[in-house]
Ligand binder design. Structure first.
Ligand code: HEC
Length: 412
């Protein structure tokens, strides 16, 4: 999720009242026109409008945004939607996207895009390639987990339990259950795909925003909580949840990866930090990246134990050697504003996507030659928030605003 935690929609009415004063001053910042009062009244309950408008959207993008918000529980009449949407399209058009810079190279990849949401505006947030060859995704705004069969393109969506729980991250356990984080519902959940049964594990005290999730070698389910500033461990045998805070306040722990030695690495999106967690003790050690402006968002680790990160704010690909603390960085092909985001290591090679490049790209970086190659994602691809790798070494993307999952076949 971008920015802060979404409120549970059931508390929206109270939130709107509390925010009435804030909305009044924000309203002055909204340009005049029909629709302004509705935006001021409806778009500040879960997040402020300004915190999400970013670089604006195309007309199609705004239609998708409105679908996503109503899917997530914002109650609007057709007449209200018909007033708000053109106001947004007119006043907040897409701007300042980094034109994609495509770097030619020797490899030919083949990209296949699978439409996901049975309901439009599902906002597929994270993808997951499972051992059985399926491609899963979280339907963040439709409160579903989806499974795509890449052989047939057939999609099955599994409804979740608590309404509007905001499914976000995904991981698979040894039994083939799919675990997910309910980012808006303060929970971690387990889906048994054979039966469709969902088990929910609430955060202690009912508070927190579970974000990225990974199975541990210890059979436990590990997750970050961005705004709660915590890393968590859930024991599936007992349901017990342990939480540990990051040493740096407001560090916003985000993407996670295991190193070959069994340590958990976490990038800190609220600061220029990378954290290492020892699973047995949950002790946290932080590494500082050299540029104070770095905001590492996602992470991948190669077999040589090097930690790779996408520096979202500076448009860089970075590499930390946790043994020496040494950091090296390479400018991403589409430049400082390209917002590198989802990243995976496939063997020794790094694959990621530039999320503010128009169109979004797939980027390959070979550490042995330090050479980039990149490709435009068909249909624009945006926004790739996380990536996954199939058992046979292909790259998988979730395309959150275009309701798709993309399989990138890499020649072997
Ligand atoms: C019921 C809670 C809720 C309300 C009310 C709400 N939003 Fe959202 N909004 C969310 C959530 C959840 C997200 C996705 C996670 C995040 O960014 O916090 C989001 C994200 C967004 C995004 C970023 C979308 C993306 O994927 O790039 C935009 C733009 C946005 N909202 C606009 C609006 C507008 C316009 C309104 C009023 C019509 C509105 N929101 C009202 C919950 C809400």
């Amino acid at each position: 999720m971008r920015g802060h935690r979404a409120m549970n929609p059931r508390t929206v009415a109270a939130g709107a009242l509390l925010l009435a004063a804030g909305a009044a001053s924000a309203q002055q910042a909204l340009p005049p026109g029909p629709g302004r009062d509705l935006v001021a009244a409806k778009c500040y309950a879960c997040h402020t409008f300004e915190a999400r408008v970013g670089n604006g959207y195309t007309a199609e993008g705004w239609n998708t945004v409105m679908r996503m918000m109503t899917n997530h529980g914002l109650a609007l009449t057709q007449a209200e939607i018909a007033q708000i949407t053109p106001y947004l399209v007119q006043n907040f058009p897409e701007k300042n996207k980094a034109p994609a810079v495509i770097v030619p190279g020797p490899l030919n990849v083949e990209m296949t895009l699978f439409r996901t949401g049975i309901t439009p505006g599902s906002r597929p947030h994270d993808p997951l390639a499972t051992r059985d060859g399926a491609l899963w995704y979280t339907g963040q705004m439709t409160n579903t987990l989806g499974r795509v069969d890449p052989k047939t393109g057939q999609v099955r969506e599994f409804p979740l339990k608590s309404p509007h729980s905001g499914p976000h991250g995904l991981t698979e356990d040894r039994q083939g259950n799919i675990w997910y984080t309910g980012n808006a519902g303060a929970l971690v959940g387990k889906l048994d795909p054979r039966t469709g049964d969902v088990t929910e594990y609430k955060m202690p005290g009912g508070k927190g925003d579970p974000h990225t999730v990974l199975m541990g070698r210890d059979g436990a389910v590990w997750f970050t909580a961005q705004n709660a500033n915590q890393v968590g461990r859930l024991d599936p045998k007992t349901g017990e949840i342990k939480l540990v805070s990051m040493p740096t306040p407001g560090a916003r722990p985000y993407g996670m990866a295991w190193d070959p030695r069994g340590n958990l690495f976490i990038v800190e999106f609220g600061t220029n930090g990378v954290a290492m967690v020892t699973p047995e003790t949950m002790a946290v050690r932080e590494f500082k990246l050299p540029d104070p402006g770095s905001r590492p968002r996602r992470i991948a680790i190669t077999p040589d134990n090097k930690v790779w990160y996408t520096d979202y704010s500076r448009g860089m690909l970075g590499r930390l050697d946790p043994g020496t603390g040494e950091v090296r960085e390479w400018p991403s092909p589409s430049g400082a504003k390209s917002a590198p985001y989802g990243i995976s290591a496939i063997g020794d090679v790094i694959w990621y996507s530039e999320s503010e490049a128009a169109p979004n790209t797939v980027v390959r970086f070979d550490p042995s030659t330090e050479k980039f190659q990149s490709w435009a994602i068909p249909g624009g691809g945006n926004i790739v928030r996380n990536t996954s790798v199939t058992t046979d070494g292909n790259f998988v993307l979730a395309n959150s605003l275009v309701n798709a999952v993309t399989l990138v076949k890499i020649p072997k």
